[in-house]
Design a protein around this ligand. Structure first.
Ligand SMILES: O=C(O)C(=O)C[C@]1(C(=O)O)C=C[C@@H](O)C=C1
Length: 101
């Protein structure tokens, strides 16, 4: 996070344009991380198909959601909103996994 990162400038010393540039960089990083997560999920889908397992794993989804809540608390952001984002990420993977079968 910007405030925790000593390489990044303090946000209270930045202009509006600089702050928006910071957001722009973070937004790109978020999409890059989503792409990485999706890529790994595709590899998981291949393994599950080889092993004859279903695309949906409710227990794993539960673990992901719990972790999302814990991480949200750690970084002091709204845990329900973070969980909603992770619910969408899981759904994205499930649609892709079903389509690739
Ligand atoms: O861990 C898996 O088995 C995945 O396919 C990944 C993932 C996820 O996006 O976290 C997606 C679908 C499953 O139901 C559970 C978790």
């Amino acid at each position: 996070m910007a405030d925790d990162n000593t390489d990044r400038r303090r946000t209270d010393e930045m202009s509006l344009d600089e702050l928006r540039e910071e957001i722009r960089t973070i937004d790109r990083d978020i999409v890059e991380l989503i792409a990485q997560r999706t890529y790994v999920a595709e590899a998981i889908a291949d393994v599950k198909e080889e092993q004859g397992l279903p695309t949906t794993d409710e227990e794993q989804e539960q673990a992901v959601m719990e972790r999302a809540g814990d991480n949200a608390e750690q970084f002091d952001v709204d845990s329900n909103l973070v969980k909603a984002v992770f619910r969408l990420l899981i759904e994205l993977n499930k649609v892709e996994q079903r389509e690739s079968r």
